[in-house]
Structures are given as C-alpha cells and as structure tokens.
Design a protein around this ligand. Structure first.
Ligand code: PGA
Length: 257
C-alpha cells in the first residue's frame, strides 16, 4: 500500500523565525507514522526548520534545485547542497517555476535526474492550464509533460519519483479540482507509468494532488483511490488547517484498509 504524502509548500513566505515557529507547530500537531508529512521552506529557512523538526518524523524539502552539482552558476543551489542541508525531497517543475522562471520539460528532466543521483526524491509537478482543460486537452497535456520529464528513464529510477498533479487553474485560486476530476487524471498518470515502465512501477509511484487543498475539501480528495496525498500551498501556512489535512489523510488511509 502506498503511504500518503502530505507536503506543505510554503513558497516565498516566512522569515526564519516565523518558519521555525510554524515548523514547531507542525511538529506538535502532525508527527505521525500513518502518513508521511513534509514541509518545504525557502532556502534561507532550511537550517532553522531542520533544527525545529529534530526528533520528529517530519521531512525537510526544498522548493527547487539546479542540476549541476557545483561550479560557476551564481545564485543556484545543487542537489548535494540540499542533501547537506538535510533535505529528503525536492519539488521539481512547479507550475509557478514553469510560468515565471522558464522551466521546461527538459529542465524538469535534468533537475529530477540530478535529484535522484544525489539521493533526493523529486516531487515532479504536472498540470494543465484552464484553457487546456476547457478544450478537453488535459490528458494530452499531462501525458506530454510526463513524456518530456521521463524521456530515457529506467523503471528503477521512475519508481523513486513522486508525481504531483496540480491543475494550474486550481493553484492559489480557491477553486480546487473536484474529487472526480482529480481521480480521473491520477488514474491516467498511473496507467501511463504502468504502460511505460510496467505495472509494478504504476502501482508503486505516489501521486499527490495539489491546487487549493484546504481543511474543508481534503477528505473528499484524499479518499480517491489514486490520490496518494496532497501538495498544499496556502493552507499549509496555518498549522491547524495543515493538521486537519494530515488527519484527513490518516482517516482516508484507515478507511481504505
Ligand atoms: P495552493 O498551492 O494550495 O495555494 O493552491 C498549491 C501548490 O502550488 O503547490
């Protein structure tokens, strides 16, 4: 059974002291073995959050990385540096990076491979924009993003990835995908993985949903059979809302047994 993964993507928010305080609240409210809980602070808060989470099962995650390990790349942060900072996972190809910072399927692929090579698990984000959903192109767009990201991969590597399905129109808008819409795309992603890498890989890979997940809608989304967790933005900045989402994942998993 796939262990649900609940991630708090704090984005470009929180100074060190605030990040540390939130991490302490998350540690107090969300430290469970039933699901995996991770938080993604900005680079400058990684050390403070790492310290605050010490002694808990909650994982530290970075929001991005560069694919070279070191060298003359001013401003970048590499996979070995993130491992050194205590990270377990790294987000790759978030739609905000694709939209504002020129990420392409090719850079996503390079970043994901660099993460794996350093022992980090990439959380690979895919998702369509509203015009594409309205034109019934969702599955084609997500399939092309998967093709682009997974070109030349082995099944052994693909099995180590987490995928986040995040419809762009649902991110930060308060308008989440319905549980049925999410399940439909998650099932497609799983089938795509099974077809490309074999059924065991399709079964093993965790697929998170992201886009306006909150304390009110988390349960119905997390009860879907192919939804293995959530990538939470806005609601992860409030410990009580995030804890409610974690609890919904624990309950959904118990109900599936
Ligand atoms: P949101 O962000 O929950 O604020 O919509 C999700 C994300 O961007 O990962």
């Amino acid at each position: 059974m796939r262990k649900p993964l609940i991630a708090g993507n704090w984005k470009l928010n929180l100074l060190q002291a605030d990040a540390e305080a939130l991490a302490r609240q998350v540690k107090a409210a969300c430290d469970t073995d039933a699901v995996e809980v991770i938080v993604c602070p900005t680079y400058t808060a990684l050390a403070a959050v790492r310290q605050a989470l010490e002694g808990s099962r909650i994982g530290l995650v970075a929001q991005d990385l560069y694919w070279e390990a070191s060298g003359a790349f001013t401003g970048e942060v590499s996979a070995p540096m993130l491992v050194d900072a205590g990270c377990r996972y790294v987000i790759v190809g978030h739609s905000e990076r694709r939209q504002h910072f020129g990420e392409t399927d090719e850079t996503v692929q390079r970043k994901a491979k660099a993460a794996l090579a350093a022992g980090l698990t990439p959380i690979l984000c895919v998702g369509e924009v509203l015009a594409q959903r309205d034109a019934n192109q969702t599955v084609g767009v997500v399939g092309a993003q998967l093709e682009g990201a997974f070109g030349g991969w082995t099944g052994a590597d693909a099995q180590r990835v987490v995928i986040a399905y995040e419809p762009v129109w649902a991110i930060g808008t308060g308008r989440n995908a319905t549980p049925e819409q999410a399940q439909e795309v998650h099932a497609f992603i799983r089938q795509w993985l099974a077809k490309r890498f074999g059924a065991p890989v399709g079964e093993a890979v965790r697929i998170q949903y992201g886009g306006s997940v909150n304390a009110g809608n988390a349960a119905s989304l997390l009860q879907q059979p192919d939804v293995d967790g959530a990538l939470v933005g806005g609601a992860s900045l409030k410990a009580d809302a995030f804890a409610t989402i974690v609890k919904a994942a624990v309950d959904a998993k118990a109900a599936m047994r």
